[in-house]
Design a protein around this ligand. Structure first.
Ligand code: ZN
Ligand code: ZN
Length: 352
């Protein structure tokens, strides 16, 4: 095996370089993964185009799948040749939140692509608790989307969704599209999709949405109510826009639940009518953060890979690009300049 590999290194926001770097050395409790597919997460876009990461330079990327090619001496349940995907958090497993199984709230965690080198590279070293086998019929491309799928499943779980509920998803990026595919497959009566982009609404219809509504319409709330017999039992906001969050609460049924999942970094003001409806309708508003539960990495991940294997989820309906690693700098530049339409963008580090 070669001692060096291709990797994308970020030196500063918008300064990404394709470089030749050493292949990581594995510890006894790690395996070496040959990265076959890695996605751009919604969170990578502000990190790479504006904010930067916690270390510099860094190899970004945390949504990936690949093949195990080397195994440390302490590894028990995996071998070379296994096909795996990887939850990207490295929790401390010691703090009070980790002890309660709330790994996303860990006080001292590491994370591929933001606090540690990530997967915009040909190889990555990963410890055993972060390995999850994928079925033979699941492609590496599909498996690389397990992270946004697990985020969607965590949001659905937080909503209390059950078969027979009506559902609405606001924001049709990868997480929103996975949430609506899942609820449709699991017996939602009606699934409504809302987005401001008509192409994303087309993807939502392709993913099984019964009704697709443009979020720029004045009467979004009325349209959702009309489609769901007065309000949806579950509304998941995956957009993070305050107006959308407000509409999500307004479009929720009595005794229904609104899930705030999209990151906004903005204040949210509720109108008098909204607060009144929230109280009188005994509605719940809950937050959803990341994708982990106990035992690590949690139901979101183990069920996510099952859903990819049994066809509950079709990841191809969410993937819009499959590109070589060398295209990373150009794609982030195009995203920055708003020059491309995209949903899930994947890079294939072994394809030129
Ligand atoms: Zn992600
Ligand atoms: Zn912890």
């Amino acid at each position: 095996m070669s001692k060096t590999m291709k990797a994308i290194r970020m030196y500063a926001p918008r300064d990404l370089r394709l470089e030749q770097v050493p292949v990581p050395q594995i510890r006894k409790d790690e395996v070496l993964i040959k990265v076959m597919a890695v996605g751009i997460c919604g969170s990578d876009i502000p990190r790479i185009n504006e904010l930067g990461a916690y270390i510099s330079p860094i190899t970004p990327g945390h949504e990936f799948a690949g093949e195990i090619v080397q195994v440390g001496s302490d590894i028990k349940n995996f071998k070379a040749g296994d096909r795996v995907t990887v939850p990207p958090i490295l929790p401390c497993f010691r703090c009070e939140y980790c002890e309660q199984g709330h790994y996303a709230l860990c006080k001292d965690y590491k994370y591929y692509g933001s606090r540690n080198d990530g997967a915009f590279a040909q190889y990555l070293a990963v410890p055993e608790p972060n390995l999850l086998k994928i079925a033979d019929n699941v492609t590496y491309e599909a498996a690389a989307t397990t992270d946004p799928l697990a985020n969607a499943l965590h949001g659905v779980k937080r909503s209390g969704f059950k078969p027979g509920d009506s559902a609405c998803v606001v924001g049709c990026g990868a997480i929103g599209l996975f949430a609506l595919q899942y609820m449709k497959a699991k017996g939602a009566t009606t699934v409504v999709a809302v987005d401001v982009n008509d192409k994303k609404l087309e993807s939502a219809k392709n993913c099984g949405a019964d009704v697709a509504i443009n979020g720029l319409d004045d009467d979004v709330v009325e349209q959702i109510a009309a489609a769901t017999d007065g309000g949806a039992d579950v509304v998941i906001d995956a957009s993070g826009f305050p107006i959308a969050q407000h509409n999500a609460i307004m479009a929720t049924a009595k005794h229904g639940t609104t899930v705030l999942l999209g990151i906004s970094h903005k204040p949210l003001e509720l109108s008098e009518k909204c607060v009144d409806q929230l109280m009188r309708g005994e509605q719940a508003v809950v937050g959803s953060w990341n994708s982990f539960s106990s035992p690590f990495p949690g139901w979101e991940w183990t069920h996510g890979v099952e859903c990819l294997a049994d066809g509950t989820i079709d990841a191809e309906k969410v993937i819009t690009h499959k590109l070589p690693l060398a295209d990373v700098p150009d794609i982030f530049d195009k995203i920055y300049k708003k020059e491309i339409f995209f949903n899930k963008i994947l890079f294939l580090p072994w394809v030129d």
